[in-house]
Ligand binder design. Structure first.
Ligand code: NAD
Length: 248
């Protein structure tokens, strides 16, 4: 507690899953949080004294710039919005590829372009991009578009870290393994028929994890708090794995 006192954080995709847990953990650690999501109704539930909510579609460049203007300078940018496309490369369409890159990668370009200038002016800031083990770290079945997009997130992270390392800005990627979240429930349901039932589909996701369990959003959030804090001042440009051993 207290690691982020005096800091202001901006979080995308904060209505559920990892984004929600992280917005709440930032506030718990003392930060003032601007929590955004395209789903305004679900986002409303996390508003509190330290958490201000605002609707934001990260596909909309003008809306991102307006949100940054309204937010004012922040110390921490948590880029969490992302979508999992399922399928191998032969099943991928141009449209799906374009959409995945728009939501998973270009969204981060937009928010970083919106918030980085004020971080540079103040000579300080932390950018955290949610990538995945399904990326340049590891190939996973039926994650062709997704893995490609998350590898790009790691590349973006390293280039931002490199270009601004002498100006007080750190940029890291977080690479979770399989984490319990509403969209994971959807993926389990989508695989149920092929797997022979919901339980079997769920068991297949759990089995990938060397630890034999899924991650909890709160576990990813705790790493985000650490990486955002001054205690992690020597860490930049890294793809930090938090994956229950899936990459072993
Ligand atoms: P989730 O997929 O359940 O929720 C995603 C959130 O993103 C929703 O609240 C949704 O409304 C929001 N969103 C969708 N489109 C948006 C847009 N255009 N603008 C703003 N918000 C939008 O949450 P999750 O599973 O915790 O995933 C969050 C991030 O973590 C994603 O980038 C995902 O790829 C990554 N990730 C998840 C897992 C996992 O197993 N759950 C593993 C590795 C990485």
């Amino acid at each position: 507690p207290g690691q982020l006192v005096g800091k202001r954080a901006f979080v995308t995709a904060a209505a559920q899953g990892i984004g929600r847990a992280t917005a709440l953990a930032f506030a718990e650690a003392g930060a003032e949080v601007i929590a955004t999501d395209i789903n305004e109704a679900r986002l409303a539930g996390i508003a509190s004294e330290r958490v201000r909510t605002a609707k934001l579609d990260v596909l909309d460049r003008a809306a991102v710039l307006a949100a940054a203007e309204a937010a004012g300078p922040v110390d921490i940018l948590f880029n969490c919005a992302g979508f999992v496309h399922q399928g191998n490369i032969l099943e991928a369409t141009e449209e799906e590829f374009t959409f995945a890159f728009d939501l998973n990668v270009r969204s981060m370009m937009r928010t970083i372009q919106a918030f980085l200038p004020s971080m540079l002016e103040r000579r300080g800031g932390v950018i955290l991009n949610v990538a995945s083990v399904a990326s340049s770290v590891k190939g996973l079945p039926n994650r062709a578009i997704y893995g490609t997009s998350k590898a790009a997130v790691i590349g973006l992270t390293k280039s931002v870290a490199t270009d601004f390392v002498r100006q007080g800005v750190r940029c890291n990627a977080i690479c979770p393994g399989t984490v319990e979240s509403p969209s994971l429930q959807d993926r389990i349901a989508a695989n149920a028929e092929a797997a022979g039932g919901l339980e079997a589909a769920r068991a297949a996701f759990v089995a990938r994890q060397a630890m034999g369990r899924l991650g909890r959003p709160e576990e990813i959030a705790a790493l985000a708090v650490y990486l955002a804090s001054d205690a992690a001042e020597f860490i930049t440009g890294q793809a930090v794995l938090i994956d229950g051993g899936i990459s072993l």
